[in-house]
Write a protein that binds this ligand. Structure first.
Ligand code: ATP
Ligand code: MG
Length: 404
């Protein structure tokens, strides 16, 4: 066994010495068997949430109705979930109520795919009742039990299958893929927030091109916000060499391919329930990339965009142009780094300085003048020093206002 499991073994041992069973489960065991980087270590136990809380002094209730308690242990935190079955499913969504059980096998049985239904004990022994290890060897995504039944219980599992294609470069087993085509419409019942979490993982995966192909092939895209009847636009997206784009840049590329105006692109991102800050970042990337299709970056655009947006917008521009050489990203970032100021607060003069010099109360003229000074400093027309700017303003007003 290796980290991060090793640090978590004492957590399992504590549960065991209190008389309960406990195992590593879920994505961490799968990724460990795959030899991939392991993210969060999840633990499943026969102890009920209150019993878990009685054993560990520091816990946080993060999903107690589903049996999950977050345990803080030696600078790490672990999600510990009580073995459970999910009882009756309502309306193709995961059930509101779960029943806690004392049996590991039944807990593994309610999990989505065989590769995700493997447990590992504190000694590193594997418990694998559904032959998930073979699925991992064959790189195949196969539901635990009948795919149709499992997708009808919780339709989100279909999105999860496609995001695992993207994340793990696995393929979907024949019968499971067939059920996906048959039941794709059930995704209509699923909360957008749950779909988004899976879609964003899909957007970030190495094999996302194939995942998008499966969204098309199975018609799953028809049941995702803003993608209904957008088959041709998604096909257009697939024609771009987007291997090096990150998640936000992928959202921006998707917006570009959908050819939405500002208002509709707002609505699209809002329908996906993206946080407002991210919406703005994505739209900025697209805005500057589109501008870049027409002309080089101006110093003022570099200044207003900032380094992160410059990098993303330039990358997106290169993808749109089919250019494989990323040197220009470095070039523009370097130009940005050498700008004399990065934000207005770095100007050597303030509004009050100017009002004092001009002996004039503030007003729209002041904002306009500050913007002109900003431009002049950025273009190296004037050095960003108080006295230099004062002289420059004086010279300007002696010529004509228009010159500055
Ligand atoms: P990742 O590495 O991306 O976190 P993961 O497999 O750990 O992948 P999670 O969403 O963290 O995915 O879920 C943890 C585990 O819970 C899964 O491995 C699976 O066993 C189970 N699970 C999650 N969602 C579902 C679902 N909708 N239906 C059935 N089992 C699920
Ligand atoms: Mg996980």
């Amino acid at each position: 066994m290796k980290e991060p499991f090793l640090s978590a073994v004492p957590v399992i041992k504590r549960l065991e010495s209190a008389g309960y069973e406990a195992y590593f489960v879920g994505g961490s065991v799968r990724d460990y068997l795959l030899g991939n980087k392991i993210s969060d270590v999840d633990i499943a136990t026969s102890a009920k949430p209150e019993e878990v809380k009685a054993i560990f002094p520091k816990t946080v209730d993060i999903g107690i109705q589903h049996g999950t308690v977050l345990v803080l242990f030696k600078n790490n935190s672990y999600e510990i979930t009580t073995f459970r079955t999910e009882g009756e499913y309502q309306d193709f969504r995961r059930p509101k109520e779960v029943s806690f059980i004392r049996n590991l096998n039944e807990d593994l049985m309610r999990r989505d795919f065989t590769m995700n239904a493997i447990a590992m004990d504190a000694n590193g022994s594997i418990i694998d009742p559904f032959d998930g290890q073979t699925a991992i060897k064959e790189r195949v995504i196969r539901t635990v039990g009948s795919p149709e039944e499992r997708f009808r219980e919780d339709a989100l599992r279909m999105m999860r299958a496609v995001r695992f294609v993207s994340q793990l470069s696995f393929h979907i087993a024949g019968e499971t893929l067939l059920a996906l085509k048959l039941d794709a419409h059930l995704l209509d019942k699923i909360a957008v927030e749950r779909k988004r979490a899976e879609f964003e993982k899909l957007l970030s995966g190495d094999n996302r091109k194939n995942a998008f192909r499966i969204l098309l092939e199975t018609q799953v895209f028809e049941y995702l916000p803003g993608l209904k009847k957008r088959e041709l636009k998604i096909e257009k997206l697939l024609s771009y060499p987007f291997d090096f784009l990150n998640k936000k840049e992928m959202w921006a590329l998707l917006l570009y391919c959908l050819e939405l105006d500002q208002q509709n692109s707002d609505a699209f991102l809002r329908n996906w329930r993206l946080p407002v800050k991210e919406m703005k970042e994505i739209q900025d990337i697209l805005l500057y990339a589109k501008q870049r299709l027409i002309k080089d970056w101006s110093r003022y655009d570099l200044y207003t965009a900032g380094s992160e947006t410059i990098q993303s917008a330039e990358k997106l521009y290169l993808v749109l142009k089919g250019i494989n050489d990323y040197d220009s990203v470095k070039y523009w970032l370097n130009t940005y780094d050498n700008l004399p100021i990065k934000q207005r607060s770095e100007l050597a003069v303030t509004g009050s300085d100017i009002m004092a010099w001009r002996k004039q109360a503030g007003g729209p003229w002041l904002k306009e003048l500050l913007t002109r000074i900003e431009h002049a400093v950025l273009q190296n027309e004037v050095v960003n020093e108080k006295e230099k700017i004062k002289e420059w303003l004086k010279a300007c007003s002696q010529k004509s206002e228009k010159n500055c």
